[in-house]
Design a protein around this ligand. Sequence first.
Ligand code: PEP
Ligand code: MG
Length: 754
Amino acid sequence: MIAVAAAGPRILLRRLREIMAEPASAQARLDKLVKVIAANMVAEVCSIYLRRAGNVYELFATEGLNRAAVHNTRLKQGEGLVGLAGETAEPVNLSDAPTHPRFSYRPETAEDPYRSFLGVPIVRGGQVYGVLTVQNRTPRLYDEEEVEALQTVAMVLAEVVAQGGLFDTAELDEPELRVDRPRAFRGEPLSEGVAIGCVVLHEPRVRVERLIADDPHAELARLDKALDRLRAAVDEMLASTELDLTGESREVIEAYRLFAQDQGWRQKLRDAVRTGLTAEAAVERVQDELRIRIARTGDTVLRERLHDFEDLARRLQRHLDGGAALQRQLPNDSVVVARAMGPAELLDYPRDRLIGLVLEEVAPTSHVAIVARAMNVALVGNVEGIADNARAGDLIVVDGETGEAQLRPPAEVIRAFETRRSLREQRVAQMVEVRDLPAVTKDGVHIRLMMNAGLLIDLPHLKESGADGIGLFRTELQFMVGETMPRLADQIDFYRRVIEGAGDKPVVFRTLDLGGDKILPYGRWEREENPALGWRALRIALDRPALLRYQVRALLTASAARTLRLLLPMVSDVAEFNLARALIDREIERARVLQQPQPKRTLVGAMLEVPALMFMLPQILRSADFVSIGSNDLLQFIFAVDRTNARVSRRYDALNPAALTVIRQIIHSAAEAGGEVSLCGEIAGRPLEAMALVGLGLRILSMQPANIGPIKMMIRSIDLREVGEFVERLCGRNDHSLRIRLAAFAAERGVVLK
Ligand code: PEP
Ligand code: MG
């Protein structure tokens, strides 16, 4: 028998549900609500304050205080005990309220006789919508169960208010929190495209109808079962990885398991269910509280822990949902809205139904942005507050070129976006016309335009874009989409399909570049203080050689009788490259001895992403067959800015003289050593940046397929000698950015920059 305490809140919640269902006016329902809450909590006073524009808490309903004060008493954020609960987003529980320094006496309320006070915030998605209070004459502290019960009621109220279910939002004039009004947001344009579709919340909220449990005993059992399943799934997930788990990584995995078993978390969830919430609502409430508490501490270690709990909470919701279906179901024309997202999570969504993505936090060269571009999904990033304002199913329009995102737009805005969408479609169609034209400058220099890829679904773009080949195949993406590590046979099959899909065109396979912001959903990695500088890419491969060896084995087999091009990520020094190359050679030798199929030639290149390697170019080019500049990482290290940190990632421009000088130096030293050098970072796909790059001497660029057309048009419109001389002069300047000068040059010379 499961012990379920506190029947009080459950009865209260049931009454709440009944009141919500009644066909009365908003005010009548609120009045009834406070009466019922007061009676249930044996309180002489119960009041609801809701937040109005300008951060003012207005008394909307009361039982016990003077009714004339309703809609008259207003408290500013931080003013009085109500303002205090709103400001801190935490319960304020006092046995003798009038003696508290923040007590603010309002004669119109006639609250003189009441000494004990409990105020809890009405919170939803980290936002405070109002404050719910109870008061009594006798001085006493409310006990834990009472606080818990009032918080549960407040949660339900928040959801109801936010979704417009209890209160006719039209009655709130100028309300900042009105949920159904159109809202225009502006963020950073990160992936082109105009999307007109429906909101899907990445972290879906529990619908009001599903907040209150019918049978708390059964609900508790359901929660326990889901928690057990979650724990078992975590165990299984960890056991099934083919990573060789020893020492440190084993400890990390144990830590994750501990999170899943965290008694405090479990207890909080169970307590919330005991108050009458459904298990789903309990998970949401506990997360909301945790989020607010941790955000306020500003503690980075705790923030990292929050990520763990958010991850676990999402998994738990899926278990409650009856199955751990990772592939998400989406309606057609979906636009996913989220606070933040990792690349693996984005890859969980079916590509054919997802047309847009709006994120509150994301940096331009973070992998989720790169994946969005590869998926051809319009992305607007750094849109403050959208996750709490959007409701599932809302109409939304997104423009990945201007950075606009509008929720619940009026008809004329939709029409304007439709026009933009068709203009864009026309532009895309124009690109098809240049597809088969050569990428040759006006003075006859041919530039090789390659595309970046990572999944099978990218392959048709090779033909559509007219790319000369795949200059960067990010193999880790395939590892990130599955729920388990792909086995050798799966890898062989996958690479074979890529190679066959590419036909005669070359494919450069980059070996696994994990770590940093690319985390496998099934593996568990140690949280590092500075993941970009941490255990990633080639460093993992050298410490866990089995991973690299299996991958190389699969690639060798799949490339039978062809040329295999391998690219090693994050090479920091020559010795490291040589070690990896020796591992590759061992695999080649193994294939020879076992008489297994193998390529006729294997070329191994190094990614130039770590500045130290710039000073070793002549030496590395003795061991490496080619070098590819990974400007996303290289520039983050050159400028010391975290590419995933939206706050700083735009601080320095890739068209800063230092950046251009660095690239010029690499090109010169590679030329002296007689080696091939290309560039495959995001800047290769931006016309102005690419103009500067070819001016500096680069002849091979690899980019998102959608950028091939515009870059080709730029190439065909320049005189390379002229550009070269101009860029050379710019390198000596000390501007923060050379963008304006380059743009003026391009405009003067009629360079096509689309
Ligand atoms: C780069 O760093 O520029 C690069 C191409 O690799 P990734 O973006 O996958 O880190
Ligand atoms: Mg990189």
